[in-house]
Design a protein around this ligand. Sequence first.
Ligand code: ATP
Ligand code: MG
Length: 451
Amino acid sequence: MDGKGMIRLPDKVRRILQVLRENGFEAYAVGGCVRDSILGREPSDWDITTAAAPQQVKALFGHTVDTGIAHGTVTVMIGKEGFEVTTYRVDGSYSDGRHPDSVTFTPDLKEDLCRRDFTINAMAYSEEDGLVDLFGGMEDLSRRVVRCVGSASERFHEDALRMLRAVRFAAQLGFSLDEEAAAAIRAQAGDLRKVSAERIRVELEKLVTSPDPGMLKTAWETGITAVVLPWFDRMMDQVQNGSHHIYSVGEHTLETMRNIRPDRLLRFTMLFHDMGKPDCAVRTPDGIWHFRGHAAKSAVIAREITDMLRFDRATADKCVRLVAVHSLYPEATPAGVRRGAAQTGPDLFGLFLEVKRADIMGQNPAVQEKKLAWLDKVEALWQEIRERGDCLKVSELAISGSDLIRDGVKPGPGMGRLLEALLEEVLEDPSLNQADLLLERSRQLRQSGGL
Ligand code: ATP
Ligand code: MG
């Protein structure tokens, strides 16, 4: 083998490989870390593959964790850092299109590399042997293609998730799909129905937060989104020729995703923000499409998808809230911005502005200039509001519910409405946020009735 010295292994990885080798077991760095090192990218983690059985690995290292012992994976802890060490294995047949019926360990590195999904993920490296590249992974790295190890159709038949993984690696690395892989996906994308929501979410998230979220279009063209995200296909079909738009709803969505930083919450918010449009589409006789009420509808869909894909609660809730408010246009005045922040919730207003900018960047360039000028102004005002610490929510009012109770107000919904009314006046004029003034004003409001 050649390629010795082509990868600089971190000291801790070198130490683990050395311990295994000194005890008579072959051991290599493998998969993503080899691929990323060759591409000059920082590997996210270093995986090790070895001929040693899990019990043997455990016996050689002081501190280990049984991460996936049934699949041969033991995490070796070096200080606070963990490294997954997996025994060479062959996956048995896949009768369900999701996971192997059985896993067998093998003494042969070649068999282990053979079970891996793509040629660029199926290379191993050690300082002694250099690069082990049995399926043309190096060549595919230089051609910048994602190609399956062996027959694409068979590999996707074994595990349907690989179809989505192919697209996400292409998006992360800036690669394209090999022809055979793309054709196999077109024919077999329906099998993704068998894959668990959690596994799909993991890959979708990596695709959406990649440097090229526009690759979602490839997932659409090859039939993947029709199965895992059918709402996206409806957006691709929805035209919207109005003065604000020159793209279909789907193309606009992709453009907004490209125009926001690669943060999970923000990218998914852009992905969902107009999903309600096809349901709200109305065409007036002049040929213009209108989508009244689409933000609320999109929020309902966002909730449905985040539930389906088992998003964590906190992310899902913020995402749904941002989608629901995305079409607000707060007035570019101090009071207008304060009211806007109260509507989105002050915690989300900064993100809302990022969503706004991305949304505008995905619209007809002819209308962008005016909208961006508005946005710049709102951003500057928001900055000032935060520096001053203006009151933006009921809990920041100079009086609280207990002050009102002491003043004779009965607890309950009426008191809540009273506080809201006071907040509205304070948003308009922050100088009113003083306990004595607010108490006085609350008495007036109560006397004038209604509250
Ligand atoms: P990342 O940087 O995203 O973690 P990675 O290549 O390490 O990229 P993982 O999903 O962590 O990707 O998988 C680690 C390795 O395990 C892959 O490089 C591949 O060799 C193998 N692998 C993972 N999932 C599959 C699968 N579904 N089918 C076949 N091989 C797989
Ligand atoms: Mg990995």
